[in-house]
Design a protein around this ligand. Structure first.
Ligand SMILES: *Cc1c(COP(=O)(O)O)cnc(C)c1O
Length: 388
């Protein structure tokens, strides 16, 4: 099946079905095997010439994993996708593709914590990193040094949900001969396709919306054939963070409902954020889908919708106030991660890290919620009771 011309739902439900290959099975089977055997040594040698497109070993290629990869490549409008055993495996592999000792990486505004920790970790290999607090293009350009090789970003940004102009950043990067990586987990390929704006690599944690059921951990990397040809033989095969077939099978199952789930998350999150915006205990709501969001106009030019993760800031920004709200919530459970069927709440304020929050532009009164698939009125009720 040719993905060109297929819409999101067609890609998610039917791309890669290949009924005649799998005896008409409506759900493709799980190839739970580590290796593939060959009829003779000659056909094995032939297959080894192109490990990317033949089945030899699970750390390279597997038919079950490949179905999910085809779907994600088509959804992101990229040429190729590889799936990893976690979002961080995809992120670290993507980053290492573009840098060597002596190089410098620039990251933009608030990004996922472990990605920042990874930038610090690779300092021991002589790779330096600067994070700029701003999403502004001039500030990004000013921070580029002669040894900068790569710009790493999220849009919307982690916790604060500010947006970065993707087309302009990609253009700036091309001008200075830099590569660009975006973590597109928040928007999912349903709501934002950064490759179309000239970004080089899109990474996802599929542990969030793409899997959607809080039952798998995985990552994806989508890019051009040219870049993937390098990653497959180096970072993918050598760091070895390949996605297992059973996880890929669950991922394909999750993908079948991704467009429907994202529509529901978007509708509920909009209503929840409207409710929070008018609440007297709330100082500010950070949700890119709100007209009052400072980047709302930019969002309209590069996003097709908004997912269900947002933050709000209490007027009373003490740890006690934050803790009271979190402990009073019943529908929203306390836990890491997000993007599943269940609603979750958390605060970056742990009671002992106020200074670190302020230097990261995060209000100590911030609460982050992941709006799940429960009845929206139940979620608003829950917030109303907790926000006294
Ligand atoms: C969770 C997350 C990751 C890391 O993904 P894992 O699958 O947990 O390794 C990366 N980026 C963002 C934005 C995330 O929320």
């Amino acid at each position: 099946m040719d993905p060109a011309g297929m819409n999101h739902q067609q890609i998610c439900t039917h791309l890669g079905d290949q009924y005649n290959r799998f005896h008409g099975a409506v759900v493709p089977p799980i190839y739970q095997n580590s290796l593939f055997v060959y009829e003779n040594f000659d056909s094995f040698i032939e297959a080894m010439k192109d490990e990317q497109h033949n089945y030899l070993y699970w750390r390279g290629n597997n038919p079950t994993v490949e179905i999910a990869e085809q779907k994600l490549a088509a959804l992101e409008k990229g040429e190729r996708c590889k799936l990893f055993s976690s979002g961080m495996a995809a992120i670290s592999s993507a980053i290492l593709t573009f840098v060597r000792s002596g190089d410098h990486i620039l990251s933009v505004s608030n990004i996922y914590g472990p990605a920042t920790k990874f930038f610090k970790y690779i300092e021991k290999f002589g790779i330096n990193h600067t994070n700029i607090k701003s999403t502004n293009l001039e500030d990004i350009e000013k921070a580029i040094t002669p040894s900068t090789k790569m710009i790493y970003l999220e849009s919307p940004t982690t916790m604060t949900f500010k947006m970065v102009d993707l087309a302009k950043v990609a253009k700036l990067a091309k001008h200075y001969d830099l590569h660009t990586i975006i973590d597109n987990t928040w928007a999912t390929p349903i709501f934002q396709n950064p490759l179309e704006f000239g970004i080089d690599i899109v990474v996802h944690s599929v542990s969030k919306y793409i899997g959607g059921h809080s039952d798998i951990v995985g990552g994806a990397l989508i890019t051009s054939t040219e870049i993937m040809d390098r990653i497959f033989y180096d970072e993918y095969q050598l760091l070895g963070g390949a996605m297992p077939p059973y996880e890929a099978w669950l991922l394909t199952r999750g993908l079948r409902t991704l467009p429907l789930r994202m529509k529901a998350h978007q509708e509920s999150a909009f209503l929840v954020s409207k409710f929070l915006e008018q609440h007297q205990a709330v100082k500010k709501v950070n949700y890119p889908g709100l007209r009052s969001h400072p980047d709302f106009e930019l969002g309209k030019t590069q996003m097709k919708g908004y997912s269900g993760l947002l933050s709000f800031e209490l007027k009373n920004d003490t740890f006690e106030a934050v803790r009271n709200v979190l402990n009073s919530l019943k529908q929203f459970k306390i836990g890491v991660s997000w993007g599943g069927f269940e609603s979750l709440a958390l605060s970056p304020n742990y009671g002992h890290n106020t200074e670190a929050l302020i230097t990261s532009n995060i209000s100590p009164g911030m609460i982050r919620i992941s709006v799940g698939l429960e009845e929206c009125s139940d979620l608003i009720d829950d917030l109303e009771k907790a926000l006294v």
